[in-house]
Write a protein that binds this ligand. Structure first.
Ligand code: ZN
Length: 252
């Protein structure tokens, strides 16, 4: 039978010990598959995306240990973390502008617990949608599983996360993130929304004028896009600054 070579560590792999990737490469289950999160879809991955994901997880785990772990014990109200997910695996830290997706690992049974994490800037979270699927449980009964599909930007390795959540939890998540980004259309936030939409309308008008009189350039185009994004996703400049400062403090 044909033997393959793990494209990462070079180990010889066979039918049971190999994981085939979408680009035709193979990686070993014994070591290299375990370097990825369980939630990371290996079948759809390429060698490049696996390598990016491993890098992301190595850095994320350091950021988790250095930034998030101390915050799990904070007594300061403003620094408290918000948790989501069926097992509470998603941690949001508004005080640092970061968000961590964690996975617990055990050396043996429930012993020797360690946590790995992907840590992202909250500002890079661009989508949070609801999804569900109906599955048969071990007793043959139909059961609905609920998911939140998180979409990130600027996060090579893992852009889309389908995380299992509790029934009814999605509404809480949506409300929470909308409020964070100031895009909730409630009475309380409507001033903010109107301001952003007015800015966007002005930016479009200016862009149209600039195209007409031939003064449209890259800077003007970018300013227009920023205003449009702010109207749609909320102004995230503050979130980016906070998160970048926190991430720069992580000792590699
Ligand atoms: Zn390997």
């Amino acid at each position: 039978m044909a033997k393959h070579i793990c494209a990462i560590c070079g180990a010889e792999v066979g039918l049971i010990s190999e994981q085939k990737l979408a680009d035709g490469n193979y990686i070993c289950r014994k070591v290299c598959v375990k370097k990825c999160m369980k939630i990371f879809n290996k079948v759809e991955a390429t060698l490049d995306s696996v390598n990016s994901h491993i890098e992301q997880l190595e850095f994320g785990t350091k950021a988790w240990n250095q930034i998030f772990v101390p915050l799990t014990k904070t007594k300061v109200k403003e620094e408290k973390l918000k948790r989501f997910g069926k097992n509470g695996e998603l941690y949001v830290s508004p005080s640092t502008g970061l968000i961590a997706l964690t996975e617990n690992r055990y050396k043996f049974f429930i012993f020797g617990k360690s946590t790995v994490a992907c840590v992202y800037r909250l500002a890079d979270l661009y989508g949070y949608d609801y999804g569900y699927e109906t599955v048969k449980n071990s007793e043959g009964k139909e059961e609905t599983k609920h998911y939140c599909i998180l979409m990130f930007r600027n996060t090579p390795g893992l852009y889309e996360v389908r995380m299992e959540i509790r029934s009814g939890e999605y509404e809480d998540m949506e409300r929470y993130f909308n409020t964070l980004f100031g895009i909730q259309k409630t009475l309380r936030n409507i001033g903010n929304t109107i301001k952003q939409q007015t800015n966007a309308a002005k930016a479009i008008a200016e862009a149209v004028r600039a195209v007409k009189d031939g003064t449209m350039d890259e800077t003007k185009a970018e300013a227009t896009m920023d205003a449009l994004n702010a109207a749609q996703y909320g102004d995230r400049t503050g979130w980016i600054a906070k998160a970048d400062a926190a991430l720069a403090s992580v000792v590699k």
